[in-house]
Design a protein around this ligand. Structure first.
Ligand code: PLP
Length: 378
């Protein structure tokens, strides 16, 4: 696999070898069920407790505010379905129109149940406006949800400001931090967030595990019921090895956060600069001002994104046409459409997402490849 150039890190990241090493004993030796009272169970509980403490400290939360889940999709579902279950007389959710499909598809279900959903569109740069949220948030609003960073453009959203308004109306606040947390420290005390969802596989942890922060005292329904795991709020035998992997990956990512951020940003910027210089039909979707460091979402005007992606793939380059969950279909990126791109332009756009494992040599290789592929496909 040494010839592979992996530029799809917003979809998922490579598991950190040190994370695997920490997980391994919990799969082979400490395999007890964390609910069991015998020593193997107690060792598993100790692993879970330590992981919970680690995660809590890193986001300035209390350990009993951390709930381990199966990932971002579950966290998003939990927020929407869980707050809807306790909405009382209020009936409105105000949310951005560029949320992940884990949100957008769940919102469709809630609408069928009679919940009023108001979706706020971004501007052409990919940012939602605080004023647009302010216009819609009212006394009927029980939940305001806004992602910290968009998965397709990497554009960062004004979550803190929007949540300040939500709090004036007594609404619950939820942010999907899945794409943001790999590159930024999250301090829950500063965000005005009642709930946050995160996913381990975006920061070199294992797939299928995540965590959700729920502020102490916040009332929310459960969506996975059964046993009394996670303080009776999220049932199911604990994924101990996964949780150990998650906590280790988050801790390791914090240790190199600044260096990784700067390196990935310089790679991404070099890639954009060279691409725009050498390909006249290329432009960047979304603002570069306030954006995740690794994201380059590029429109190749008039070119079929699908054909370009296919040819990149044939040459060992992994990129994406939008969110990974829509891979396999040729649906254009929902975020780009919401930003006002035509369907044709959205279908001509490719998302490249860099990581600390990429190199400047790879940047040059991919730009050269793009130059020849675009010429061929024109
Ligand atoms: N939210 C965002 C913004 C994402 O990018 C993703 C994954 O791509 C998810 C939620 C879903 O997370 P998971 O893959 O852990 O279910």
């Amino acid at each position: 696999m040494s010839n592979v150039i992996y530029l799809d890190n917003a979809s998922t990241t490579k598991l950190n070898a040190n994370v695997l090493e920490k997980m391994s004993p919990y799969l082979t030796e400490v395999y007890g069920n964390a609910n069991s009272t015998h020593f193997l169970g107690r060792q598993a509980v100790k692993g879970l407790d330590d992981a919970r403490d680690t995660v809590a400290k890193l986001i300035n939360a209390d350990a009993n505010e951390i709930y381990f889940t199966s990932g971002g999709t579950e966290g998003d579902n939990w927020a929407l379905r869980g707050f809807s279950a306790v909405r009382g007389n209020k009936n409105k959710i105000v949310v951005s129109s560029i949320e992940h499909s884990a949100m957008l598809e769940t919102l469709k279900d809630l609408e069928l149940l009679g919940v009023k959903v108001v979706k706020i569109k971004p501007n052409k740069n990919g940012v939602v406006s605080v004023e647009d949220f302010a216009r819609e948030i009212d006394n009927d609003t029980f939940l305001v949800a806004l992602m910290l960073a968009n998965n397709e453009t990497g554009v960062i959203q004004p979550v803190k400001e929007v949540f300040e308004i939500a709090k004036k109306f007594g609404a619950y606040t939820f942010t999907d931090a899945v794409q943001y947390i790999p590159y930024f420290n999250v301090n829950v005390k500063e965000l005005n967030a009642d709930m946050i969802s995160c996913s381990a596989h975006k920061f070199e942890g294992p797939k299928g595990v995540g965590f959700t922060y729920i502020k102490n005292g916040v009332k929310i329904g459960s969506i996975i019921t059964g046993g009394h795991q996670e303080r009776a709020r999220r049932a199911g035998t604990s994924n101990v090895a996964g949780v150990i992997g998650l906590a280790t990956a988050l801790k390791l990512s914090r240790e190199t956060l600044e260096t990784d951020y700067n390196y990935v940003l310089s790679l991404r910027n070099a890639f954009i600069e060279k691409t725009l210089k050498n390909i006249d039909i290329a432009s960047v979707n979304g603002t570069l001002d306030n954006r995740l460091p690794g994201n380059a979402n590029i429109l190749f005007k008039g070119i079929s994104g699908e054909a370009l992606l296919f040819n990149l793939d044939l040459n060992g380059v992994c990129a994406s046409l939008g969110a990974a969950c829509s891979a396999g279909s040729i649906d254009p990126s929902k975020t780009l459409i919401e930003m006002g791109l035509s369907e044709k332009d959205a279908k001509s756009s490719i998302r490249f997402t860099f990581s600390r494992h990429n190199t400047f040599e790879e940047v040059d290789k991919v730009v050269n490849l793009l130059v020849s592929l675009v010429e061929k496909l024109k």
